[in-house]
Write a protein that binds this ligand. Sequence first.
Ligand SMILES: Nc1nc2c(ncn2[C@@H]2O[C@H](COP(=O)(O)OP(=O)(O)OP(=O)(O)O)[C@@H](O)[C@H]2O)c(=O)[nH]1
Ligand SMILES: [Mg+2]
Length: 487
Amino acid sequence: MKDSDGFVSNIFKKPLKSVIHKAEEGVSSAAVQIEKLRDQRFCIGITGLSQSGKSTFITSLINQLQQHEAANLPGFSPVLTDRLLGVKIHPLDAPELPQFPYEAAYRGLTNSQPQWPASTVDISGCLLELRLENTASRLNPFRRQQFSLYLEIRDYPGEWLLDLPLREMSYARWCAQCSAQYTQPPRVELLGDLLDDLQHIDPLSEVDETHLQALHQRYVHFLNACKRNHLSLIQPGRFLLSGQIEDTEILCFVPLLNCGDYNAGQLNSAPKNSYYKVCQRRYQRYIKELVEPFYKKFFSRIDRQLVLVDIISALNAGPEYIDDMRQALANITDSFAYGRRHKLLQLFSPKIDKVIFAATKIDQVLSEDHEAVRQLLAVIVKQAYRNAQHEGIHPICEATAAVRSSKEIKHENQQGISGFGVEGTPIGYIHPRIPNRIPEGDEWRPFQEWKIPPLNPPKGISYQNNDAIPHIRIDSVLNALIGDKCI
Ligand SMILES: Nc1nc2c(ncn2[C@@H]2O[C@H](COP(=O)(O)OP(=O)(O)OP(=O)(O)O)[C@@H](O)[C@H]2O)c(=O)[nH]1
Ligand SMILES: [Mg+2]
């Protein structure tokens, strides 16, 4: 490490002592606001549907930054120009928020039998402090030498994301949306008899609590089947993963599928103890007590947004699933507040001034197809992309792998992928070419006949030696996300 001004070796000793001390105690909100005003503190949203790769990405991102000298990050300008001096993880200044389990995730990936991070069941977060050398200080010795950039990062179960669009939706509209979706494949098959049973409830009739509970349980079963079948639009998310809820009664509702037979006046004047009014009350409490606080704590404060999309799973699942994912992403990004603001306004009412869509897990396919994955992503997120553009924000599309788990091999004159399968046994495959647009008709055939298999993490990353996790293009994602704030 360079030590031209005697700072680097002391990096987290004297000059930073007071800052770190504050972080450990919980940085005071005044200090946080000053850092924000000085353009040195950002809330980064790492958003993605369930299993899109959020926790793995956060783990790898922290790891790459901490091991930046050994990591392969030529596309991240502060590393390229040798200005990243050190990185520390602090707890976020929210006592009720558990710290992101970085150590456990890194240990899992570096085990003799490497494991992916566990699927997230509750919220967590951390504050990353990047100690940087100022670009100007190289030219002008009187300028400030170093500064800290603070990145707030939060992780949460992907299931909860699909609750955000419900904030703008009345119970009656949600029921209408469900009625339209549930009569189409593949949901109609997954619902089975439940469709008929939900269609036969008269919303104005008196509620039978035992029957409602039984329907609710069958509805949760159906949502789980949707998840197993790789569908994206799954609401309400807390029906799958509830998190900590004091009064579980608010979960006990279902969509009533024949509300469309009544006009708004009839529904509004339904008796208090009718199916309609009971389900509506619980739905409204669900939004008010669970969804709104989640939005306020996590999404309303985001300055920059990274949206992770598992394109390869969607390709594997087929046309209806791609469409479902496209719709889900458009609905979610509708909840983002885009725009550029004066720093002072940004402090009180933040807007997202940068959004990056990134296809994840691209180590599952050959490098010659990575560009096609990126282009396919651009097609899938087109609506979400337009929503941002409308507000003057020009999103970026990227393709990345948080943990490169494969090697490219040659087999009988063809390029292929080798790695370890989910059982940890060696596998090798030659996959169909990845299309750069959504396949149509017969173009789907190669993906219907064969699926690109999931991979285990690679063996041989050493915890003791603080090895950097191998990745693909995390440096480019980082640069797009925060490169301009590191100068
Ligand atoms: N090959 C490969 N697989 C990955 C990578 N990142 C994630 N995966 C796979 O995707 C799965 C889900 O990753 P997570 O990071 O847990 O996804 P998540 O979005 O946090 O999921 P939830 O917490 O359930 O919402 C992992 O268990 C791996 O199987 C990657 O970089 N390469
Ligand atoms: Mg997770």
